[in-house]
Design a protein around this ligand. Structure first.
Ligand SMILES: Cc1cc2nc3c(=O)[nH]c(=O)nc-3n(C[C@H](O)[C@H](O)[C@H](O)COP(=O)(O)OP(=O)(O)OC[C@H]3O[C@@H](n4cnc5c(N)ncnc54)[C@H](O)[C@@H]3O)c2cc1C
Length: 419
């Protein structure tokens, strides 16, 4: 994805968007639409756009079943999914509302399944249906469970393709996108922010920082509360060997552990026909730990120095050990998925890829579930946008730009405020 590598970074702009992932590009797109007279530039550190979470995920358009009613996640996911389907239809981007099943395999999961159905209704996710064992088999012939939920509006898409389309919209609207442009610091001046980056300096009226796994660093350097911090969680996937893809028609999910913001090991058909199994969820030694063994001194030090990490480990060491087991042993990950698809065998799978979740962790050891945004002078920071952040990208962008307008006194369509 290299829509912007030829573009130099501007010396001045009204709005700088830091981070060319799906959230940053959606925000830049929203800015150019709502403020056509403002100059907008995206500054992305990597040589290409969307190389981190945007292109290392399950590719699932979430419907909004899981999230606490009234939370930003609940609202922005439901709105974002609706907008995403409409956008894909308009732009001829491949997307499929293939539906998913959430399966209970033990009686102690039935209460949580009921709670999910209640949440879905409260969040406005319509047509979710309770199904029994026979209903499960009718939808997913190789899956087993004692009860389940069928969510027809869940879908699949390649989020990288969506991000590329957002980038084209930004360029078509006159915005600039500069890659290879890692932002090192933002200093507040009388009339602008002095954004220092790998290609020099950009004087920006305001900035919106959408830096994913690195979002806490720029926010804290700009004077934001150090709480929460990003702790990277590596999520590795396996894929079904092509002759075994018929084991999964669409999307098969477990009933998630309510104390964790992760959805558990699932089986997901992708828009290209591949079937993934995963992801694992293991604290990583680097914010770009695509290889299990990758360690970066600063990332490890930041994780270990954060009191929240130790509180989290104290509470979840058992879960951590079983995640370690799944990460180290392919057979353990296959066994977790075989709870839902009993025919699955270790010989049916091959290694796929890994993604790294940018997960905010509070000082108190709480994994922050909701999306979090915070402001510093002339800048707004996206501090936590984990799953379903890609599904919600258009709605997050609308919300963030609205927050920026309020915080910086901008009027829609009006001239930039550089005073
Ligand atoms: C394993 C996994 C599975 C997931 N599954 C799903 C799913 O099925 N459905 C869903 O909706 N969501 C899913 N998500 C979540 C989704 O991928 C994220 O919510 C979304 O991609 C976040 O986008 P982003 O733009 O904030 O982050 P990113 O895509 O990580 O982009 C951040 C960008 O900021 C850039 N950057 C960082 N620091 C700087 C700097 N100093 N200067 C300039 N640029 C900088 C980075 O290079 C990067 O390009 C999943 C995530 C993971 C990891």
């Amino acid at each position: 994805m290299s829509s912007g590598d030829a573009q130099p970074s501007p010396s001045r702009c009204d709005f700088a968007v830091v981070g060319g992932g799906i959230v940053g590009l959606a925000v830049a797109r929203e800015l150019t639409h709502r403020h056509p007279r403002m100059s907008v530039c995206v500054l992305e550190r990597e040589g290409e756009l969307g190389t981190h979470q945007t292109s290392h995920n399950s590719g699932v358009v979430h419907a909004g079943v899981y999230y606490t009613p009234g939370s930003l996640k609940a609202r922005l996911c439901v709105e974002g999914a609706r907008e995403l389907y409409a956008y894909c239809a308009e732009r001829a981007i491949a997307v499929e509302a293939c539906g998913k099943v959430i399966l209970a395999t033990r009686p102690d999961e039935l209460g949580r399944l009921e709670e999910l159905q209640r949440r879905a209704a409260a969040n406005g996710v319509t047509s979710v249906q309770r199904i029994d064992a026979a209903g499960i088999e009718a939808i997913e012939p190789h899956a087993r469970g004692i009860a389940g939920l069928h969510v027809p509006s869940t879908g699949i898409v390649e989020f990288g393709a969506l991000a590329r389309a957002y980038a084209r919209d930004v360029l078509d609207a006159g915005g600039t996108i500069s890659t290879g442009c890692g932002v090192q610091g933002m200093a507040i001046g009388a009339k602008a922010l002095r954004v220092t980056h790998a290609r020099g300096v950009t004087e920006a009226g305001h900035a919106i920082v959408c830096a994913g796994a690195w979002s806490d660093r720029l926010a804290i350097a700009a004077g934001a509360d150090p709480d929460p911090r990003i702790v990277p969680f590596r999520g590795a996937y396996l894929r079904l060997a092509p002759p075994r893809r018929s084991l999964v028609r669409a999307l098969i999910y477990p009933v998630p552990d309510p104390s964790l913001p992760f959805l558990g090991v699932h089986l997901t058909r992708r828009i290209d026909g591949e079937v993934l199994i995963g992801p694992t969820a293991l604290i990583a030694g680097a914010r770009d730990a695509y290889a299990l063994t990758r360690m970066r001194g600063r990332d490890v030090r930041d994780t270990l120095a954060w009191p929240g990490t130790w509180r989290l480990i104290g509470r979840f060491w058992r879960t951590g050990l079983s995640e370690l087991h799944r990460a180290a042993l392919r057979a353990a990950l296959v066994r977790a998925a075989a709870r839902y698809v009993p025919e699955l065998r270790p010989g049916d799978v091959e290694p796929a890829f890994a993604g790294v979740r940018a997960q905010a962790l509070g000082r108190d050891g709480r994994l922050i579930d909701d999306f979090v945004f915070s402001a510093t002078p002339r800048a707004l920071h996206v501090r936590n946008a984990p799953s379903p952040g890609a599904t919600s990208s258009l709605a997050i962008a609308r919300h963030v730009v609205g927050e920026a307008e309020r915080a910086f006194g901008l009027r829609e369509g009006g001239p930039p405020s550089r005073a």
